[in-house]
Design a protein around this ligand. Structure first.
Ligand SMILES: C[S@@+](CC[C@H](N)C(=O)[O-])C[C@H]1O[C@@H](n2cnc3c(N)ncnc32)[C@H](O)[C@@H]1O
Length: 227
């Protein structure tokens, strides 16, 4: 499969699986990563400190959004259901909803003006975008000059190590989590490109200071860049 695009039927299936996962989303994440996902999200959240406008793309049920510290936070996700849950969870956590704005839209067409975001971030969602080049072009457009962008996701390797990660997601994670949802995640992992591939596209779009950082024995990455 093309590392940049997920076909529309496949993407709709993926969205259904993600929506079905909502009630146990955090639990599945936590079991799959042995609780380390929280620590990784905090690295992105730390970047949001003292920022005016932050945009999270693929905000889902708000797991990262709740940790963001900016004055204004735009949560962008194509799923209305995800936004509803995120709002409930933010309220339950007694975080002011006022600073949040929920935008139901895909990363490939973000209804936000040019040059407004101080920081754009995405956690465990980039892999799901159906047209990653288009999404990266949109993210570049909404970023202010000198604004920062960070992606956190599972690292793809086109070697035996990648095969091990794929097998972990497809065969072991369903046992650990007691859910079949990771099997769909294995599909998106398969269709995912390498970090070097996306880093090159980002440079082509105009991003500068494109940096790759691996975490957890190179199974997780943070890709950061500036406009
Ligand atoms: C696994 S959840 C990530 C949730 C959250 N960011 C976190 O910290 O765990 C992935 C999210 O990406 C969203 N998504 C899928 N395709 C997308 C797209 N094309 N543009 C933006 N978000 C997308 C899904 O709706 C889902 O809410």
């Amino acid at each position: 499969m093309d590392a940049l695009k997920i076909e529309s039927e496949e993407w709709k299936n993926l969205e259904n699986v993600l929506e079905e996962m909502i009630p146990c989303y955090d639990d599945i994440n936590s079991r799959m990563t042995f609780g380390m996902d929280k620590k990784w999200r905090k690295i992105l959240a730390y970047e949001s400190n003292n920022k005016n406008i932050v945009v999270e793309i693929g905000s889902g049920p708000g797991t990262l959004a709740m940790l963001l510290k900016a004055k204004k936070i735009f949560c962008v996700d194509p799923s209305e259901k995800m936004h509803k849950i995120a709002m409930e969870r933010i309220k339950q956590a007694k975080i002011s909803l006022e600073k949040f704005e929920f935008i139901t839209s895909p990363a490939e067409k973000i209804p936000i003006d040019d040059n407004v975001a101080d920081f754009v971030c995405s956690a465990f969602a980039f892999r799901d975008f159906y047209d990653k080049k288009k999404a990266l072009t949109e993210i570049y457009r909404i970023l202010k000059n000198d604004g920062k962008f960070m992606i956190l996701d599972i690292a793809k390797h086109n070697n035996i190590y990648g095969t091990l990660i794929y097998n972990y997601i497809k065969h072991i994670a369903p046992i650990i989590t007691g859910s079949d949802a990771p099997k769909m995640l294995a599909k998106t992992y398969n269709a995912f490109g390498t970090l070097e591939y996306y880093a090159d596209i980002m440079k082509e779009i105009g991003f500068r200071s494109v940096k790759i950082k691996f975490l957890n024995f190179r199974t997780i990455f943070i890709l950061s860049a500036e406009k």
